[in-house]
Design a binder for this molecule. Structure first.
Ligand SMILES: [Cu+2]
Length: 151
């Protein structure tokens, strides 16, 4: 009898321990990557492409690589980088975007940006856009934002 109680106690302690580990992992995952200053400027209704700017922070101690971005509102999403070469602005596609441990990258006008290609329907001010970021590690994160009219 005494032995049974003892075993039960150990089991419940183990269970409690497992639960707190799970919780810690869940919280870590939530905070692993944070997105801020997300801006998708409104474009003319006929526009074939739109753009998204944001800051992406990697809060982990491991490098994170974004391997793919997709959106429910666009046919295709690409990561682009603008650069100056021989006095000309060039735009090239990046196959992936790596954010070093505890670092952030700023996606901004004239630099790296998210190119939103072929909206499924014209999007205007306050229309919702969802973006899913897939990482090389297999993780993915979805963010929600609204199109903004910028003057
Ligand atoms: Cu572009």
């Amino acid at each position: 009898m005494k032995k049974t109680i003892h075993l039960r106690n150990i089991l419940s302690i183990l269970l409690l321990f497992t639960c707190s580990i799970n919780l810690a992992i869940a919280q870590n995952r939530l905070a692993a990557i944070t997105f801020s200053d997300i801006v998708i400027p409104e474009a003319p209704p006929v526009a074939a492409v739109m753009v998204a700017y944001m800051q992406i922070k990697n809060n982990t101690d491991n490098e994170k690589t974004i391997s793919e971005i997709s959106s429910l509102q666009f046919q295709r999403v690409e990561i682009h980088e603008m650069s100056m070469a021989n006095g000309m602005m060039n735009m090239k596609q990046l196959k992936a975007l790596t954010i070093k441990a505890q670092q952030s990258v700023t996606l901004e006008s004239g630099g790296i940006h998210v190119m939103l290609i072929k909206p499924l329907k014209p999007l205007k001010h306050n229309d919702r856009v969802t973006l899913t970021f897939k990482f090389a590690s297999g993780e993915s994160t979805m963010i929600n934002t609204l199109v903004q009219r910028i003057n």
